[in-house]
Ligand binder design. Structure first.
Ligand code: 5AD
Ligand code: SF4
Length: 473
């Protein structure tokens, strides 16, 4: 019998990938995806622990699910199973089972390949006492086996632009960050397994792959043959050989791990898109040291200089934290100066959020909320202006755009420029998955809109001529 599963994803792209993989594990058990939790047999919240706000959202959603379960019981509708996955599950699984007794199952990012056994355990636990507290099943181990070896080979439902996890965990221990605790130590998948998965994604219609890792440029995977390891630059070079795969990206990176091979890949490989998310967090050397980032502001400037030398049109993005403990007005001014020096195409900025178990969470010099809010507003207005300026500079250009999904309006598709800008284009639905030349007509603060620069008929006529590279495929 077909059952349905609703998976709600919070947080980073790694969670998006994990959710897609959970769906793959559940498909052979007869679970089809559900659009909403209302009629679903199984609901999974795939959670994020990075900031307090993200973690709290889970508990409010669990409240709504408890009400939903009760109203279904009153209506005589079949019951649902409520599961919590991801980093909140990993960090506070046992507490969660006590705080939210409606939860049937809690499992971490490293054990979701065990979902079939875990769901069987839930069924057994439920057939015992229906209402006894503590009946929830918990699996937040960091197991010896790697889930990647045990997940189904086929990946479904990712479309023209797909994610591929190649590295997990982090050994950097920035003092503000929970990731080393929730995702564990750095682990890189063997290059052969990554290549096979990329080929599978390309065969399933992916034109673009984004390689994922908490510290993806620290990738050191076993080489397909021999005893050496490959770094990210070497891996990307190999993936660029896969026919049908036209675009490669990777995220998230650490400035310390931008090695020569990776910088060369940016200079030499057209398939490696000219966009990089390279978090810096702060422009102040004192704060960077207190954050244990292991580099100064000028080291970052030098990495960016080298990147731009390799690929002059590269667009940059970053993460920033304002109000880290002890941050002075002068430290913050250094962050604004760095942003002005670099010039970002887009960025993410956050108020520092003290996280349990992290060294910075225990520091005394916490910054008042009002100061954080003020600094965040001024940083964001600078970053927004840079993003809008970057988008404006695209107007009039013709850019290759990968059309990924239906747009907001009928007759429109939404795609991405090489520089990660969202582009709205009037195009027929069957153009989804194509890379087309788009003449950018207008720019907004967060997206572009444009028109197809060439009609397909013209493209075909030119396809063998000198202008072939200019032509939409
Ligand atoms: N408070 C605020 N922002 C944080 N980030 C990570 N931990 C915290 C925290 N405790 C931000 C960093 C990181 C991004 C994923 O989230 O900027 O790069
Ligand atoms: Fe967190 Fe720092 Fe590791 Fe990034 S590099 S995941 S911010 S500890």
């Amino acid at each position: 019998m077909t059952k349905t599963v609703y998976i709600k994803t919070y947080g980073c792209q790694m969670n998006v990938y994990d959710s897609a993989r959970m769906a793959d594990v559940l498909a052979p058990l007869g679970y089809a995806p559900a659009e909403d939790p209302e009629g679903a047999d199984l609901v999974i919240l795939n959670t994020c622990h990075i900031r307090e706000k993200a973690a709290e959202k889970v508990y409010s959603e669990l409240g709504r699910l408890r009400d939903l379960r009760e109203s279904r019981a009153r209506a005589g509708a079949p019951d649902m199973t409520i599961a919590v996955a991801g980093c909140v599950a990993q960090a506070e699984g046992d507490v969660m089972l006590r705080r939210a007794p409606q939860v049937d199952l809690v499992f971490g990012p490293q054990t979701y390949h065990r979902l079939p056994e875990l769901l069987a355990k839930v069924r057994r636990a439920r057939s015992g006492s229906r209402t006894a507290p503590g009946r929830g099943v918990l699996d937040i181990e960091f197991p010896m086996e790697s889930k990647f070896d045990l997940l189904p080979e086929t990946m479904t439902g990712q479309g023209p632009s797909a994610f591929l996890s190649i590295q997990e965990g982090c050994d950097k221990f920035c003092t503000f960050c929970v990731v080393p605790y929730t995702r564990g130590a750095e682990f890189s998948r063997p290059a052969g397994a990554v290549i096979a998965e990329a080929e599978g994604l390309a065969a399933a219609g992916a034109r673009e792959i984004t390689l994922l890792g908490q510290n993806v440029n620290a990738y050191r995977g076993d080489a397909p043959a021999g005893s050496r390891t490959w770094g990210l630059g070497r891996l990307i070079r190999r993936l660029a050989e896969i026919p049908g795969l036209d675009r490669l990206r990777y995220t998230t990176s650490h400035p310390r791990d931008m090695d020569d091979e990776l910088l060369e890949a940016h200079g030499e490989l057209d398939k490696l898109m000219p966009y990089l998310h390279l978090p810096v967090q702060s422009g102040s050397d004192g704060i960077l040291a207190a954050m244990n980032r292991r580099h100064g502001a000028d080291d970052y400037r030098r990495v960016v200089e080298r990147l731009r030398r390799a690929r002059p049109d590269i667009a940059l993005s970053s993460d920033f934290i304002v109000g880290f403990p002890g941050e002075t007005d002068r430290d913050f001014a250094e962050t604004l100066r760095l942003v002005t020096d670099i010039g970002y195409a887009q960025a993410y900025s956050f108020k520092y959020s003290a996280r349990p178990g992290t060294p910075a969470g225990a520091l005394e010099a916490q910054i008042p909320e009002a100061v954080k809010a003020e600094r965040l507003a001024s940083l964001q207005s600078l970053l927004d202006a840079q993003q809008e300026g970057f988008n404006q500079s695209s107007v009039g250009q013709a850019m290759p755009v990968l059309l990924e999904r239906p747009g907001r309006k009928a007759g429109q598709l939404l795609g991405r420029s090489p520089y990660m800008q969202a582009v709205h284009v009037a195009a027929p639905a069957h153009y989804r998955g194509r890379i087309v030349k788009v003449r950018i007509a207008a720019a907004g603060p967060k997206s572009l809109s444009g028109v197809l620069a060439e009609k397909p008929a013209v493209a075909r006529r030119w396809a063998s001529g000198a202008a072939a590279a200019e032509v939409a495929p």
